[in-house]
Design a binder for this molecule. Structure first.
Ligand SMILES: *Cc1c(COP(=O)(O)O)cnc(C)c1O
Length: 461
């Protein structure tokens, strides 16, 4: 990997409109945390100072996008804004059939309920949770085979988001190619730390899919961020533009799903595109039944206009450099303080290994949840546990079977916070380090049967 200097970059934009943030006291936050039963998902956003819960739909639009909002054509059919979006997406994906949806999971539901079903098997570098849910809902099975390197949280490796190519061939043969619904490449690999996928890996997946006549789907929510890593880490692509790299990668797929709330640079929107006509006809039927007519799919004309503009802006080299380097800036500074972070830093978030930071808190007292609560209490920072609260299960005796890792994710909204906000976040970790011996874990006092992290309630042990 080329050395990337640990240096800040001034944001390549200036502020034209501000949204005030409320500064609160520690006592105030502790009270709010209690009321939220120690689950920051239950906090009100105006009690949060720096919100790093997610990078999904939380970014700031440009003046050009806001101008597009006013230009949005709200015609039911064949709107100008739809034509604009369709043109941009065709150019990006090279695919002829473009379906707009209200967000990523709607595109997933339409695609996977068409190609999924009982007896089908889907294989991925890692299924994102809504992807897995939409696949399993059809009765199909979803298998993750991330690269070997991805299991070592600290290992320096350029493309930890890759799929394990050897296992891919084996699994296709084991299940029979006719039973494989699709191979899904999540780019970047969200659930494994926003780690990038190499073009080399994508080319190998394409050739295995060709060999076995299996469909290849690209979940490309963060395709632009991934292109940055490809350009800077894969020498064959150093001379291509970010957009050209994305085009080359997307052309490898048979279908593409995207939550535009990420690299679409908008607050709502999604896409489903494909090469096959008969598949597109089936998906279009579902789109019309559940999302809307083919030229708006659950979006307002203004949303499509902003998305069309966002999908071009995201490839701006100054923006992408700022985006990737500013995320790395946070991760590198935390690491320099001795905070155990997942390494190298991915595109959209910094992940902290909470079990390593809080070794005194046993796994069944949720060290990740403890860190999430401490960051809110100490600094008004909101983030999310990605560990045993999110993925833990119980054995027959009710004992916790912990998740593979106890991580905490600090996701960075696009173009939203400045370097001084991020420096503040870095400073708050000094307080975390100071009091880490005194920290206590939590027990769960209420949990729903599914996706418990959203609504679970906790009590300090
Ligand atoms: C966010 C996301 C989705 C789902 O998109 P929504 O817009 O939240 O419905 C699917 N896949 C990946 C990789 C994502 O990051």
């Amino acid at each position: 990997m080329k050395s990337e200097k640990r240096r800040a970059l001034p944001e390549p934009f200036k502020i034209k409109m501000v949204e005030p943030l409320r500064i609160t006291t520690k006592d105030y936050r502790l009270e709010k945390l209690k009321t939220a039963t120690y689950n920051p998902f239950l906090l009100k956003s105006d009690d949060v100072f720096i919100d790093l819960l997610t990078d999904s739909g939380t970014g700031a639009m440009s003046d050009h996008q806001w101008a597009g909002i006013l230009m949005g054509d709200e015609s039911y059919a064949g709107a100008k804004s739809w034509q604009h979006l369709e043109r941009v997406v065709k150019e990006l994906t090279g695919m002829p059939y473009i379906l707009p949806t209200h967000q990523g999971r709607a595109a997933e539901r339409i695609l996977y309920s068409t190609i999924g079903g009982k007896d089908k098997v889907f294989i991925s570098n890692t299924h994102f949770d809504t992807t897995r849910a939409n696949i399993e809902f059809t009765g199909a099975k979803a298998i993750d085979i991330p690269s070997v390197d991805s299991s070592n949280l600290e290992k320096e490796s350029d493309f930890k988001g890759n799929i394990d190519i050897n296992k891919l061939s084996e699994l296709i043969i084991e299940h029979g190619a006719e039973n494989i619904g699709a191979v899904i490449m999540t780019v970047t690999n969200n659930s494994s730390g926003g780690q990038p996928v190499s073009m080399g890996n994508m080319l190998e997946v394409r050739s295995i899919c060709d060999e076995h006549q299996v469909m290849m789907v690209i979940d490309g929510c963060r395709i632009a961020e991934n292109s940055y890593f490809v350009k800077h880490r894969e020498p064959d692509y150093a001379n291509y533009t970010y957009e050209e790299i994305a085009q080359k990668m997307l052309q490898l797929g048979d279908a593409f799903v995207m939550s535009a709330k990420k690299d679409g640079m908008v607050n709502i929107g999604g896409l489903l595109t494909m090469k096959d006509k008969s598949l597109s006809e089936k998906c279009t039927n579902l789109l019309i039944i559940s999302e809307g007519f083919t030229t708006y799919g659950g979006l307002a004309g203004r949303d499509m206009e902003a998305m069309a503009i966002g999908l071009k802006e995201v490839f701006d080299p100054d923006y992408l450099h700022y985006r990737i380097r500013s995320t790395a800036y946070l991760g590198e500074h935390l690491r320099a303080k001795g905070i155990p972070v997942v390494w190298p830093i991915g595109g959209h978030a910094v992940y902290i290994d909470a079990s390593k930071l809080y070794p005194n808190i046993p796994l069944d007292q949720y060290p990740g949840q403890a860190l999430v609560c401490d960051l809110y209490e100490q600094g008004g920072i909101r983030c999310v546990e990605v560990g045993s609260v999110m993925f833990g299960k119980y054995d027959s005796k009710g004992k916790l079977i912990p998740a593979k890792n106890e991580l905490v994710r600090l996701a960075i909204p696009r173009r939203t916070y400045t370097q001084s906000h991020i420096d503040y976040v870095i400073d708050v970790f000094d307080d975390i380090l100071e009091m880490k011996e005194q920290r206590r874990g939590f027990k769960i006092t209420y949990e729903p049967p599914f996706l418990r992290h959203f609504t679970a309630r906790f009590e300090p042990v």
